[in-house]
Structures are given as structure tokens and as C-alpha cells.
Design a protein around this ligand. Structure first.
Ligand code: PMP
Length: 283
């Protein structure tokens, strides 16, 4: 595999960053994951807009302009002959003497990208639906910034797996669902799609934005409001969205089957529609 490290295209065995990199020492970095289908990038402008926002919220310098970042994505897809999978991008505040304070002005941010081959269109999880388990949301209070600080979501996912589920749904102090370990969460209740509104409590999913924009054209009613774990367990159906999962059905929560216990029709329709529409816009 060919990777990109601070200006160079390198085989992965030669792709190295400093042990003083603040991403490594302090999780002082942000990332984006863009899906590739047929060698094309899905929702790329959305991912770049969010990257810019994450950098801004952390007063981190942009490592390159959007055109250049697009060119690097394309070059990696080309060099790796990537048909279906993803491009991972990470920006950190760079390498400097370890100090909680930001490094001196002029410290270069570090930019790393790599590709991963992954089947995203045909997935077993879509046919059978996901089982999720609830866990308390113990992350920090700025979940809208896409930082590489992913320890808690990792622990949450492992806890869910230990319970025999596929993923975790995290729940805040008020018993309201925030989101999945690496995806946004939705239920269908009273025939309406219900999902938590944007705030500092959840990541502003790019797939979420695209899927919600599509619901309008389907006539499916949408309610952006928080929903409780109890309401979710009584829902007709549920699903998640993310760049690589697109729309994937959820069939049970904490062992409680939803609706018929099989993947639901709203999730299936939105998945099909999202894939068709995002492929039209792929670049
Ligand atoms: N929430 C969290 C916590 C995530 O990590 C992700 C994926 N990075 C998402 C939601 C989904 O975002 P997107 O649709 O942009 O992949």
C-alpha cells in the first residue's frame, strides 16, 4: 500500500511519524474518513467542510488547501488502484517538545493519509441488521469535533461486543441516546424518522446531513429531537448512518427486538436512495 506522509508518497513500511508528534502524545489531532466507490470519492466536499470546522475549533493550522487535499486523495486512490474502500486523513498539531501549551508559532502541522480496501456496498450487517447495546456516554463535552481521541468509543464498542452486540449506542445522563460508537443513531417512531439534533453532544455526521436532506424528497416525516433509550426500545425500527456504513439497520437494542425483529423498510429505502444520490455526486 502507498501512503501519504507530509508531502511524500511512501510504501507503508516507510511511512513514519515522529514520537514527538502531538497526535501520538496528546491525541492533539483531527481526522476524516471518505468512502470510495468505483474509484470515486463520496461526499468529499462535506468531509472537507467538517475538517475545516474541526481545525478551526481547535485553532489548528490547515496543512494544505482543499484542492491539494483532493489531489492527494485522488493520487492515493490511483496508486493503490482502490475501487471500493476508504481514504483516512489525519491532521495533527505537529511534532514539538512535549508541553500542554501549543507548540511555538510556525510548528508545521502533520498530514497523513492512507487507503483501506473495504466492501461497503455488499454487507452482511445490512442483510441481518445490527444488534446494539447501550452504554453510558462518557466522552468529553465537544463530540462535534472529530478528534483522534477515540479511546472511549473503542471501550464502548468492546463492551457492546462482550454483551454479544455489534455496536454500542451511547446514552447521556438524562437517558437520551447520543449516537453510536462511530455513527449517528435514528429510530422510526409513529412512522417518523427521529434523530438527535446537532449540538456539541454528537458528531455532525456528513452522511447524516445527506440522508436527512433526502428524507424530504421521500415524503418520510422527520423529527430532529432527542429520544430516550426506552423510546428506542419501543420503536418500529432503527438504523445508523456513517461514511462507510451508509444507512445500516438496527434490529435490537439490549436484546429487545425492534418491530418484527428484521431490518425495516425505512432504513432499506433510505440506504438505497443515499447510495444512488451520493454516487451521482461522487467526484
Ligand atoms: N458519530 C461518530 C461518533 C462518528 O465517529 C462518526 C464517524 N466518524 C459518525 C457519527 C458518522 O459521521 P460520518 O457520517 O461523517 O461518517
Amino acid at each position: 500500500r502507498i501512503t501519504y506522509v507530509n508531502g511524500d508518497y511512501l510504501p507503508e513500511s516507510e511511512a513514519k511519524v515522529s514520537i514527538f508528534d502531538r497526535g501520538f502524545l496528546m491525541a492533539d489531532g483531527v481526522y476524516e474518513v471518505t468512502t470510495v466507490i468505483g474509484g470515486k470519492l463520496i461526499d468529499f466536499p462535506g468531509h472537507m467542510a467538517r475538517l475545516k470546522r474541526s481545525l478551526g475549533e481547535l485553532a489548528m493550522a490547515a496543512p494544505a488547501g482543499e484542492e491539494e487535499i483532493l489531489a492527494i486523495h485522488r493520487e492515493l486512490v490511483r496508486r493503490n488502484e482502490l475501487d471500493e474502500g476508504l481514504v483516512y486523513l489525519q491532521v495533527t498539531r505537529g511534532a514539538a517538545d512535549r508541553d500542554f501549551a501549543f507548540p511555538p508559532e510556525g510548528t508545521a502541522p502533520s498530514l497523513v493519509l492512507f487507503t483501506q480496501k473495504l466492501a461497503v456496498l455488499e454487507r452482511e450487517t445490512v442483510r441481518r441488521g445490527l444488534k446494539v447495546a447501550s452504554v453510558p456516554d462518557l466522552r468529553w463535552a465537544r463530540r462535534d469535533i472529530k478528534t483522534v481521541q477515540l479511546l472511549y468509543p473503542t471501550l464502548a464498542k468492546m463492551e457492546a461486543k462482550a454483551k454479544g452486540a455489534d455496536d454500542a449506542w451511547m446514552v447521556d445522563d438524562e437517558g437520551l441516546v447520543t449516537e453510536g460508537s462511530s455513527n449517528n443513531a435514528y429510530i422510526v417512531a409513529g412512522g417518523k424518522v427521529v434523530t438527535r439534533p446537532l449540538s456539541h453532544s454528537i458528531l455532525h455526521g456528513i452522511t447524516r446531513g445527506a440522508v436527512l436532506a433526502l428524507t424530504a424528497s421521500t415524503g418520510i416525516e422527520l423529527e430532529e429531537r432527542p429520544f430516550s433509550l426506552a423510546e428506542a426500545k419501543a420503536a418500529e425500527e432503527a438504523f445508523i448512518t456513517s461514511a462507510s456504513a451508509f444507512v445500516t439497520p438496527v434490529v435490537s437494542i439490549d436484546g429487545v427486538p425492534l418491530g418484527t425483529g428484521a431490518p425495516g423498510p425505512v432504513a432499506a429505502r433510505l440506504r438505497e436512495l443515499y447510495i444512488a444520490e451520493s454516487l451521482k455526486r461522487a467526484i
